[in-house]
Design a protein around this ligand. Structure first.
Ligand SMILES: [Fe+2]
Ligand SMILES: [Fe+2]
Length: 196
């Protein structure tokens, strides 16, 4: 009887071990599919990578427009607080230029091709371009606030798309988003100083 019980117990332990190993193997396969590099970087499917590259290229077009809008704005703006506005627009232009560089490196690392022709910017841009027709400080600042609101929205969408995956890209997008939010606050601060 004892031998029979021991045999039954051995079979039960074997079944548990085999199933346990099966579950562990399935879990390891799932983890390998989802992660690389010690689990620090979540991967994307090929289709998701293609979609991400397209989103990054749209953001790249936005950055070039933002850069030029700030850069030309700094050259033409006039009126109240003009010197402070010029200094702020120049600083923002430099940072938009840096954002464009970060995005190009991300796109290349993901195996994509960054936009090569300025003619493509208007076609793919999320935010478009608002030419500063009225050079007074207030309308120039307000146009740039609009641009920042759009940029914040598009980078927020990018982070939602990533949903914690691809840590390097998520890190760069988070960094850019924080600067766009700071830009918006700076511009709104100047508008407040203008008393408008
Ligand atoms: Fe930017
Ligand atoms: Fe910005």
């Amino acid at each position: 009887m004892n031998e029979w019980l021991w045999g039954l117990g051995g079979v039960a332990v074997g079944v548990v071990l085999v199933h346990g190993l099966g579950y562990l193997t399935a879990l390891a396969r799932w983890f390998k599919r989802r992660c690389s590099c010690l689990g620090a970087t979540f991967t994307l499917t090929p289709a998701e990578t293609t979609a991400l590259i397209a989103m990054l290229n749209r953001a790249l077009a936005d950055e070039w427009f933002a850069f030029y809008q700030y850069w030309i704005g700094a050259h033409v703006v006039a009126g109240s607080l003009a010197m402070s506005v010029i200094a702020e627009l120049r600083e923002h232009a430099e940072q938009e230029f840096e954002h464009a560089g970060l995005l190009v490196e991300r796109i290349k690392q993901l195996g994509g091709t960054p936009l090569l022709d300025p003619a493509e910017w208007a076609i793919v841009s999320n935010c478009g371009y608002l030419a500063p027709r009225d050079y007074d400080s207030k309308p120039v600042l307000e146009q740039n606030v609009q641009g920042e609101i759009c940029a914040i929205s598009s980078y927020t969408s990018l982070l939602e798309f990533l949903n914690g995956r691809h840590a390097v890209t998520a890190g760069d997008v988070t960094f850019i988003l924080a600067q766009e939010e700071e830009h918006k606050r700076d511009l709104q601060g100047l508008l407040t100083k203008l008393g408008k």
